[in-house]
Design a protein around this ligand. Structure first.
Ligand code: SF4
Length: 361
């Protein structure tokens, strides 16, 4: 039986955050029951296409999966178990927005089988949360983490963002320190990317110089890594830190280019070397249209993906995959190291990952 990572996209949000360019639809929650019907239909079709599949990990992402009620999450997980075998020790993650959870909902998510919660906090500074357009306060984020722990989530992650407009180093480190006071096992630290056509782009253009410069952004990442390392969190991927044994098994499948099946609006898949995605239109998906564009990957594409994704991780890639001369040069420069037949970037190399990849390609 084929083992996969299963991703389910929930494209609903309470409100659009200022920086967001993910596929998410604010204010359409009345369509969630219909959406769950379509997800089940897609699961059934996938079973018909691939036969028996075993999900070693399930990741319910968004959007805002925590807009589902407890009963809706139970229904979704019942559908998953109807159409897929789920490994007994499967990692089953749901993302959650702190502004959409309470103790009863979190308990229902646990009952549904969710055993890992990824809280989208972004900052523990109320002023910055407002700038980001988040729907929750810092206090609500802390409360959500404690409620999750009370509900039995022993595998809790928080997402934080840095290099935000007007953000000072002390504000950033205060957010990281606050995260470390919570019962978390995993912390993701993402640099803000200002995407075109977002309100954030207009805001940044209206206030030139409001973003921390590149040097400060790199220093923010270094200082966060220092704090996290001191508390036993290993940087196992360029933006992700975990206590040993709490690395995201689901995301590791992406970085290792394993097989993953994405269900729902705008979900992406890589199955048997074939990459494809679903329509990003909620209306189309609700009308039963699924297929987006299939992509044909050449051997070179697959190789480049393996290297680019693998070099994001601490485990790196098999060293023999990389051209010898550039690899030696990067190793001599202290940007890569080779050990046990694998090549990975050093901390210094991680700061200039794109340049390292360019050199190797
Ligand atoms: S909650 Fe997440 S998906 Fe929804 S609008 Fe905000 S950033 Fe985008």
């Amino acid at each position: 039986m084929k083992h996969i990572a299963l991703y389910i996209h929930i494209p609903f949000c309470a409100r659009k955050c200022a920086y967001c360019d993910f596929t998410s639809y604010p204010g359409r929650t009345e369509r969630i029951p219909d959406y769950l019907d379509q997800l089940e239909a897609e699961m059934r079709a996938s079973a018909g296409r691939y036969g028996s599949l075993t999900a070693d990990t399930v990741f319910i992402g968004g959007g805002t999966p925590s807009l589902l009620t407890g009963d809706q999450m139970k229904r979704l997980m019942e559908s998953v178990r109807r159409w897929f075998a789920v490994s007994p020790d499967a990692e089953i993650t749901s993302e959650a927005n702190p502004g959409t959870v309470d103790a009863a909902k979190l308990a229902a998510f646990r009952e549904a089988g969710i055993n890992r919660l990824s809280l989208g906090v972004q900052s523990f500074d109320d002023g910055l949360l407002r700038i980001l357009g988040r729907i929750h306060t810092a206090r609500e984020a802390e409360d959500a983490a404690y409620m999750a722990a009370d509900a039995g989530f022993t595998n809790l992650s928080v997402d934080l963002m840095y290099a935000l407009p007007g953000q000072r180093m002390d504000q950033w480190l205060s957010s990281v320190e606050t995260a470390l006071t919570l019962p978390v096992k995993h912390v993701s630290c993402y640099s803000l990317i200002v995407e075109d056509s977002t309100p954030m782009k207009a805001m940044v253009e209206a206030h030139p110089g409001c973003l921390p410069d590149d040097e400060t952004a790199v220093a923010m990442q270094h200082e966060a890594a220092r704090l996290l390392r001191a508390r036993g969190f290993l940087r196992y991927e360029i933006s992700n830190y975990a206590l040993p044994g709490f690395e995201s098994r689901h995301n590791l499948v992406y970085w290792r280019r394993g097989d993953y099946l994405g269900l729902g609006c705008a979900a992406h898949s890589l199955m048997n070397g074939e990459r494809f995605s679903n329509t990003a239109s909620l209306e189309e998906y609700l009308a039963g249209v699924r297929a987006g564009e299939p992509e044909t990957l050449t051997e070179r594409d697959a190789y480049e993906e393996t290297v680019m994704l693998g070099l994001r991780t601490r485990e790196g890639v098999p060293a023999f995959l990389l051209p010898a001369a550039p690899l030696e040069k990067l190793a001599r420069a202290g940007l890569m190291h080779i050990e046990d037949g694998r090549a990975a970037v050093t901390e210094a190399g991680a700061d200039v990952l794109n340049a390292v990849i360019l050199e190797l390609m």
